[in-house]
Write a protein that binds this ligand. Structure first.
Ligand code: ATP
Ligand code: MG
Length: 275
């Protein structure tokens, strides 16, 4: 499981600088971590600490200036053509704001189908069948597939975003603040949906969230980012309850857990408020 070649994701010494008015700003500074298959790595840290930049490097939406990442053992920088397409099919991403992330002029069905059309050679009929199964798997009715994004609730739109992210049956899914734009009652449903999919599909997640409760609930391992650097990593319950690094302690103190009902029960009913 923890062999380098079987890890869902290996990140090694990634550096990313942004150039703004001719000065370079190091947004990610020598970050390394790994995600074992079937596990969730939660990344926390203050706004601007480089979390989304790491995600963009991992997904190869941008190229790092140094270092490398391996998705299921393969460095996306070293493959081209059909091998790169296959590798892209091995990853998915769920964004923070589902309505903004989904093309407002496309039907949900076509939004979910798009990665299948781009990264696979499935026939149109197979794509249709796969999309129907995906909608069902995330708890949407087939009639939701005919709608435009603005005709769904926030929670439904995020379910569609999840369906799109898992459409090509990826091994690794990046969740960048997947529930922070949702109402609290809906957050729990989407988190439980993600947990079920992880279990059933053996998914690995890179979860980015400023909500420490969410990260604690979802993650096996956690890492704390500060100004581009990963200052602490370890088992999520240790890092987020008994951190060894002073910065993590400050972060925990600044974001006290909200007592009460925010976190769903494991295996709780994720479909209860569906419509
Ligand atoms: N395209 C860009 N050009 C220049 N600077 C950028 C660009 N994208 C991000 N940055 C800067 O890089 C730093 C890291 O940004 P990033 O989006 O990775 O942070 P983050 O940890 O995801 O923050 P948040 O929690 O607010 O989403 C920030 O200071 C940001 O302003
Ligand atoms: Mg971000």
């Amino acid at each position: 499981m923890s062999e380098p070649q079987t890890a869902a994701l290996v990140v090694e010494h990634i550096v990313k600088e942004y150039r703004v008015h001719r000065t370079a700003f190091r947004a990610v500074d020598d970050v390394s971590f790994r995600i074992a298959r079937g596990t969730t790595f939660g990344l926390v840290g203050e706004s601007g600490s480089g979390k989304s930049t790491i995600a963009r490097c991992v997904l190869r939406l941008i190229a790092p200036d140094a270092g490398r990442s391996l998705i299921a053992g393969t460095d996306p920088a070293l493959v081209r053509g059909s091998a790169l397409r296959r590798l892209r099919a091995e990853t998915g991403i769920v964004f923070q704001n589902p309505k903004a992330a989904l093309n407002p002029r496309m039907r949900i069905r076509d939004i979910v189908a798009e990665p299948l059309v781009t990264h696979t050679r499935l026939s149109a009929a197979d794509v249709r069948r796969r999309v129907s199964a995906l909608l069902d798997e995330v708890g949407l009715a087939s009639s939701h597939g005919e709608r435009l994004p603005h005709q769904l609730s926030g929670g439904q739109a995020q379910r569609a975003g999840v369906a799109r992210a898992i459409a090509t049956a990826p091994q690794l899914v990046v969740l960048d603040e997947p529930t922070s734009a949702l109402d609290v009652s809906v957050q729990a449903q989407v988190l439980n949906l993600l947990q079920r999919l992880k279990r059933e599909r053996g998914l690995s997640y890179l979860l980015i969230s400023h909500d420490l409760d969410v990260v604690r609930y979802m993650s096996d391992e956690a890492g704390v980012m500060r100004r581009g650097q990963l200052v602490e990593t370890g088992p999520a319950d240790v890092v987020l309850t008994a951190p060894s690094h002073e910065y993590t302690r400050q972060l925990l103190a600044a974001m006290p857990a909200v007592p009460g009902v925010r976190m769903p029960q494991p295996d709780g009913d994720e479909r209860s408020i569906l419509l």
